[in-house]
Write a protein that binds this ligand. Structure first.
Ligand SMILES: *Cc1c(COP(=O)(O)O)cnc(C)c1O
Length: 374
């Protein structure tokens, strides 16, 4: 938070939803140097910084390969395209997610089959996957939403039994673990977004795919590079999706802070739980899981009135998400059955300020305001 003057009343303590400037301030010298070097070398596209970050991110996640791409949505689409998921194929998608997960499925021509979520975590479950499998099902998009990995032991068991590809949309879960394993290491491949507001964010758009599969890696690299089989030969109908050199440099710098930032987020979450868990519905942490709390989602009645009250006190909040995917006009065609848990959650959920530099005073100001407004 840029505001450092503490006022006597909680009601006048403004709290930002996210404060990127505060995160970048201690890294300013390194980031300035990265930008300077980029200009000096003019390595805007390509260059050694990309391979370096790819190696660092694969090592961090615990995978063989990392492929840097332009954003997290491209990453999802490239994985599905490389797996040759397309027209006639069904892909299971949790109804409660950011639309990008479903968007990638329709972009490759496949059919999203939306499933309901667990009421305690609002994440996809093994039971929902098992119930949605048909002979046409090829893949399941497991979204580690809000920074939490669902029960991957159960999910891998049902997915393997049905011979499905598991694609982990890890856009909100950089560094999260389940039973000691990092998000991104369970399925055939996992995707990350480095949108600035994510737990690890670039200075613009960026994304990556991690996998242990050599052939898939080669296929994705080809597709992301205009379908280029060799320098002058285009063997596939590809596209252009690149991570910029400057973004790779910024990500390498910021990666050194990721674990510390995630620890801070855990502390922020613990304080919110202490202050609010008796009064509002909060997300439950699964046994064996170590979430990274990308968002602090609570569920209340009269959400809009409470958000207005927070806004009047200078406290920012957000909604993730106001509608489950199948209720958006763009996906109306795939709204084929009620998904009551996701639908009820969408009407009541909203997100409190959550970022690594929140102070206890700020968390308490938010908590007091919520308690007053209930
Ligand atoms: C942010 C996000 C994406 C998309 O990432 P972009 O880099 O913005 O394209 C995909 N899935 C989820 C769950 C996200 O939160």
């Amino acid at each position: 938070m840029t505001n450092t003057s503490m006022t006597s009343s909680d009601q006048t303590t403004p709290v930002a939803f996210l404060d990127l400037a505060a995160l970048h301030a201690p890294l300013r010298e390194q980031l300035d140097k990265a930008w300077n070097d980029t200009l000096t070398n003019s390595a805007f596209i390509g260059g050694s910084a990309i391979g370096m970050f790819e190696q660092e991110w694969a090592e961090y996640c615990g995978t063989e390969h990392c492929i840097g791409v332009a954003n997290g949505t491209d990453a999802l689409e490239l994985v599905l395209a490389a797996l040759k998921v397309g027209p006639g194929d069904e892909v299971i998608v949790p109804a409660n997610t950011f639309v990008a997960t479903a968007e990638a499925v329709v972009t490759v021509g496949a059919t999203p089959v939306f499933v309901d979520v667990d009421p305690n975590t609002l994440l996809i479950t093994a039971e929902a996957i098992a119930a949605a499998v048909t002979p046409a099902t090829r893949a399941v998009m497991v979204v580690h939403l809000y920074g939490q990995v669902p029960d991957m032991d159960a999910i891998m068991a049902v997915s393997d039994a049905a011979n499905l590809y598991v694609v982990e949309d890890s856009a909100q879960a950089h560094g999260a673990t389940f039973n000691g394993r990092r998000a991104g290491t369970f399925g055939i491949a996992a995707t990350f977004s480095f949108y600035p507001g994510k737990n690890l964010g670039a200075l613009g758009d960026g994304g990556a795919i991690v996998t242990d599969d050599d052939k898939l890696t080669e296929e994705i690299r080809t597709l992301a590079n205009h379908g280029r089989g060799s320098h002058l030969l285009h063997t596939h109908r590809g596209r252009n999706s690149r991570l910029d050199g400057l973004q790779a440099m910024a990500l390498s710098i910021k990666l050194t802070e990721l674990d510390g930032w995630n620890d801070q987020r855990r502390r922020v979450h613990a304080r919110y739980v202490e202050r609010l868990s008796d009064a509002v519905e909060m997300l439950k942490t699964l046994e064996g899981g170590e979430p990274v709390h990308h968002l602090e989602v609570i569920r209340v009645d009269h959400r809009d009135r409470i958000r207005e009250g927070l806004d009047a006190r200078g406290i920012q909040s957000g909604i993730h998400y106001a509608l489950p995917c199948h209720k958006h006009p763009a996906f109306a065609e795939f709204d084929v059955q009620p998904l009551p848990i996701a639908e009820a959650a969408a009407a009541r959920q909203f997100s409190l300020p959550m970022h690594p530099t929140l102070t206890v005073a700020e968390i308490d100001a938010v908590s007091n305001a919520v308690l007053e407004l209930l």
